[in-house]
Design a protein around this ligand. Structure first.
Ligand SMILES: *Cc1c(COP(=O)(O)O)cnc(C)c1O
Length: 380
């Protein structure tokens, strides 16, 4: 999602990829009141607003505990440590993810092992067993674009081989599989509140969810220099706390989350209605297409032939477009030393993938405009 960084405020965009100013204006009064109240009380680090957020968030996801953290990368890193991952262990994940997933595994001392994706752009669970070796300790499924991985077979493989599951749920807050929410299947779920995420903070923030009191306590200590409840130090650690101010603002937004998810699903439905007749495109399934999955559409990621020409055409028409992770999977970044994996489906994806704008501030007219421009490109 840091891929959003190069986007400058460029006059002339008719449709922004994310519209932070419009989002702010919608809630301006409440936001400013909250900031004023937090600052005037001096509630800055590990205060009540954070505890409120943690309990509200755990309740939403359906876990016993949530721990507020600095970002999702740290949530993955600390949960791997809390689950006992050690140097030399192998952890299975995918290449179609933000570099953060692999980086967190690396910083826990483990080796990322990458498996290919399926047509849903998520981990192809059928390939899991082939990737397991005597060193494998964990699986980090990445629930991408607001759709969960195929969790039943994944959990079956994990149980059969005694592997820990840590979910990268950065893009899947509120998504469910057989009525169970992302972040509540494994030993821990890891969430990002990066501003462009479904529940966006006004800066960086993240959280971990878990049913395990032991993991919650360990991560509470790990996020705060290893300091435990008794005031002793458990070991060398880090500073990965969530700012209390961010927690207070996230509380405001958490109260509106269901509304926001409903609008995202409505936009996805409208895109599907207007674009499904373009036979060249491969679209995500519309909301409700499967009884098993409840998708939240963090992104509207499509596959399109002549992708680069389509992107230029859309940009010329004032539509801001993103190609995920700058157009490369994790294994395609040479400096990371992960280029030995053979991931044909992932590589095919990166030749034709792009994301259309999907955020709660989009108007129906804008959705129609984007769809018309795409249809025009393909001559239909
Ligand atoms: C955004 C994202 C992350 C990292 O989240 P941060 O809060 O920026 O650390 C990790 N994984 C995925 C899939 C993401 O989209």
């Amino acid at each position: 999602m840091t891929a959003l960084l190069p986007l400058k405020t460029q006059p002339g965009w008719k449709v922004r990829f994310v519209d932070y100013p419009r989002q702010f204006r919608k809630m301006e009064t409440e936001i400013m009141e909250t900031i004023h109240s937090v600052l005037s009380q001096g509630d800055l680090i590990l205060r009540r607003q954070l505890l409120d957020f943690e309990s509200g968030f755990a309740e939403f996801v359906g876990t016993r505990f949530a721990v507020g953290l600095s970002n999702c990368t740290d949530a993955i890193h600390l949960s791997l440590r809390a689950a006992g991952i050690k140097a030399g262990d192998e952890v299975i994940t995918v290449s179609h993810t933000f570099v953060a997933t692999a980086a967190a595994i690396h910083h826990a001392g483990a080796v990322p092992v990458l498996v290919d994706i399926g047509d849903d752009h998520n981990m192809d669970v059928r390939l899991l067993e082939k990737a397991i070796t005597p060193k494998t300790r964990a699986i980090v499924p990445v629930h991408l674009n607001g759709r969960l991985c195929d969790m039943d077979p994944l959990m079956t493989v994990a149980e059969k081989h005694g592997l820990i599951v840590i979910e990268d749920s950065a893009q899947a807050l509120g998504a469910s599989y057989r009525d169970k929410r992302g972040g509540s299947f494994g030993a821990a779920g890891c969430f990002s509140f990066y501003p462009a995420k479904l529940l966006g903070a006004f800066g960086d923030a993240g959280a971990l969810t878990t049913h395990s009191e032991e993991i919650a306590e360990k991560v509470r200590s790990l996020r705060d220099h290893g300091r435990n409840k008794a005031g002793d130090i458990d070991g060398w650690s880090f500073n990965c706390r969530m700012d209390n101010l961010q927690a207070a603002l996230l509380n405001l937004k958490l109260a509106r989350l269901s509304e926001c998810i409903a609008r995202r699903r409505e936009i996805a439905r409208l895109y599907h209605e207007r674009l499904s007749s373009v036979t060249e495109l491969r679209l995500p399934p519309p909301p409700g297409a499967s009884g098993i999955y409840y998708d939240v559409f963090q992104n509207y990621e499509i596959e399109a032939p002549q992708r680069d020409k389509l992107v230029s055409f859309l940009k010329e028409k004032g539509i801001e477009i993103l190609i995920p992770w700058g157009g490369k999977g994790v294994h395609q970044f040479k400096a990371l030393g992960l280029s030995d994996f053979e991931l044909p489906r992932t590589e095919r994806l990166f030749r034709n993938v792009l994301m259309l704008p999907l955020h709660t501030e989009l108007t129906d007219d804008q959705i129609e405009y984007v769809s018309d421009v795409v249809r025009k490109f393909y001559g239909c």
